[in-house]
Design a protein around this ligand. Structure first.
Ligand code: GAL
Length: 425
């Protein structure tokens, strides 16, 4: 049954891609002839405001110069990490109403779309755009499923970062330059901040709680065993997962009570405004701090989550060509812009991420981004859970529910761990 489904999906994908490439070549051969023809491209993301919108706008501007006849149609659905967008997208795909391209995380998140025959194989575009050597091997491996590549990455983000407000720490008697070898060491600093009356650790809605849990798992288990959680070689019922749950519970107890009401920009803002000392967030946060005029090293600092130094908890935003996309020619233009050196430079400068392309000029980026570029090249790479690299949407939704129940006090540690075991079963 499943076999039949995936075969027909692949067949549809091949026909779709052949059609789309044919359509593209007929009008892109001579740009002067096609100058009057306007083609739409409806692009689906969750980059609705702030620095995320700034990143999207930067890409749109590059596409306008590279493909002046393509009209960008913005199908953005707000909600960090795609928390609302993914459901809306699913409904559209099920109703055979796909956009021309949609945002999806590189890695396991793509597997459901691929299995359901909802996205086209873009291998031919990798050859046409010369992308096979443009992206790091690690990334290409995570994008490749049975020899095919179904999306084009726009960036690389890091999830295991703590953002800190040095002034708040100083007032609390915590050395802003201190480093913490373990979560336990860090908890001692959180206790001091609490005494000072500030929020020790700002936290937001469920997906940010999942991200916090993910980095605590990474800290307790180390890179190898953390990765084993996703390939079945690490036991979710093990004592190191139990310890991670205990630490996670302690960290949550040092966070703001209104966490469930806050999206990531609001949680990061608490650090920015000096109401909280620390926030764990992906490095899209640096883009917000800097867009608000804050200076890295003075107004805010960052360090890898304690116990995860030398490990890069990776995710990448990538874009697809859905089966049945109404304007494949427009989608191709969008994908070409995303992949291009100009597109990656403009987008990542605004977004806080680093270019997926290895030929980007690092000196064009901020101090933080330059350090991320160095770390990505030398660190051990693991896949983010909250941001679609480690697990399929089905599994990560189940883990999300388990985290929400635990944080809200509906379940205790033992029930939480049992729910985690069941999530991946
Ligand atoms: C991630 C996404 C980032 C950023 C973040 C917060 O899933 O990859 O680009 O948008 O969510 O919304």
């Amino acid at each position: 049954m499943r076999r039949g489904l995936s075969l027909s999906g692949a067949a549809v994908a091949l026909v779709g891609l052949a059609l789309s490439l044919g359509a593209c070549s007929s009008s892109s051969g001579d740009s002067s002839n096609s100058a009057q023809t306007t083609v739409e491209t409806e692009v689906f993301t969750w980059w609705a405001e702030g620095s995320e919108k700034a990143g999207l706008d930067a890409l749109i501007a590059v596409m306008k110069t590279q493909h002046p006849t393509v009209e960008f149609v913005n199908a953005t659905v707000a909600g960090g990490a795609g928390s609302n967008a993914k459901d809306v997208l699913n409904d559209r795909l099920l109703a055979n109403d796909p956009p021309d391209s949609f945002q999806a995380h590189a890695g396991a998140e793509l597997t459901d779309y691929i299995k359901n025959g909802q996205v086209q194989d873009l291998s031919a575009l990798y050859d046409e755009f010369g992308l096979r050597n443009a992206f790091p091997k690690d990334l290409i491996d995570r994008l490749t499923v049975k020899g095919r590549i179904y999306s084009i990455p726009a960036n690389i983000h890091r999830a295991n970062v703590v953002w800190a407000n040095p002034a708040v720490l100083k007032d609390a008697g915590v050395d802003p330059k201190a480093t913490y070898a373990t979560i336990d060491d860090w908890i001692a600093a959180l206790a001091k901040v609490k005494k000072s009356g500030k929020i020790p650790l700002s936290l937001g809605t469920t997906w940010t709680q999942v991200q916090l849990f993910e980095v605590v798992l990474l800290s307790e288990l180390g890179a190898k065993d953390y990765s084993g959680l996703w390939d079945g070689s690490t036991d979710w019922a093990g004592s190191d997962v139990t310890k991670a749950i205990t630490d996670f519970q302690t960290l949550v107890s040092y966070s703001n009570d209104d966490r469930d009401d806050l999206e990531w920009p609001a949680a990061a803002l608490l650090v920015e405004k000096g109401e909280a000392a620390f926030n764990v967030m992906g490095d899209w946060a640096v883009a917000q701090f800097e867009a608000d005029g804050k200076k890295y090293g003075t107004d805010f600092t960052s360090f890898p989550v304690p116990g995860t130094d030398g490990v890069f908890d990776f995710l990448a935003d990538s874009f697809t060509l859905p089966v049945g996309a109404p304007h494949p020619e427009g989608a191709k233009a969008w994908l070409e812009t995303i992949a291009s050196p100009e597109g990656q430079l403009a987008f990542n400068k605004a977004k806080g991420s680093i270019p997926a392309r290895t030929d980007a000029d690092a000196t064009q980026f901020s101090v933080y981004q330059q350090s991320a570029i160095k770390d990505f090249a030398s660190d051990e790479i693991v896949s983010s859970l909250a941001h679609g690299a480690a697990a399929s949407t089905t599994v990560s939704n189940k883990i999300g529910e388990a985290v929400a129940d635990f944080v809200s006090g509906k379940t205790d540690s033992a029930k939480f761990q049992a729910a985690l075991v069941a999530s991946v079963a």
